[in-house]
Design a protein around this ligand. Structure first.
Ligand code: HEC
Length: 174
């Protein structure tokens, strides 16, 4: 029989459980070996124009929900296009990310299906793959080199503009 007390404590557990869930960060999984990783290098954050390593609004939102708020933001996409060139993505994936030595990145299908999502694509680019794509994340390329999460979000926002399927990578997030 349910007493008032058990009902109340169950309710309380639900509320606490829900709050914990709402605050939890996303889990990030390497595309290489399927193990979990964290964005825990402070230098891997921030707007590269400011060079201050202060977490941007976009980074905070991405860590919490997996959403890339730069998708559809023309200024961010323009910057992302420049970073795509700066980090030599162009050399392997072509000037409009449709493929060259490396595969096309505009989808809607991908070698690694999770790259249809922005979270999946970040996991792939941060640590690389076992099939010829080196990791580009900060501290992964070399101990003191690499992209910040913010510039990778901008780069991916631009990559998404080149597809004709309307894929944004944010389809599965709120
Ligand atoms: C030296 C060449 C090279 C450079 C530079 C490079 N890539 Fe790649 N990339 C590849 C290759 C090769 C693959 C295929 C890897 C595989 O099959 O595992 C790949 C795969 C990918 C994938 C997965 C595609 C899929 O279909 O699942 C993404 C996303 C990606 N690269 C993004 C980038 C971005 C963004 C940059 C720049 C920051 C970049 N790459 C720089 C060679 C490169």
């Amino acid at each position: 029989m349910l007493t008032k007390k058990t009902v109340l404590s169950t309710l309380l557990a639900c509320i606490i459980g829900f709050a914990g869930f709402a605050q939890a960060e996303q889990k990030f999984i390497k595309t290489t070996d399927g193990t979990e990783f964290k964005f825990d290098n402070p230098k891997g954050f921030g707007d590269t124009k400011k060079k201050d390593n202060v977490k941007t609004k976009a980074e905070i939102e991405f860590l919490k929900t997996g959403k890339n708020i730069y998708v559809g933001d023309a200024e961010a996409e323009k910057r992302g296009k420049k970073r795509f060139g700066y980090w030599s993505c162009t050399q392997c994936h072509g000037p409009t990310a449709k493929g060259q030595v490396g595969p096309g990145l505009v989808g809607p299908t991908f070698k690694y299906p999770k790259n249809a999502t922005n979270k999946g694509m970040i996991e792939t680019i941060w640590f690389g793959t076992d099939g010829g794509m080196g990791g580009k994340g900060y501290g992964v390329m070399a101990a003191d080199d690499g992209m910040t999460l913010d510039e990778l979000l901008k780069t991916i926002a631009w990559v998404r503009t080149n597809g004709s399927s309307g894929l944004t990578g944010n389809e599965n997030v709120k």
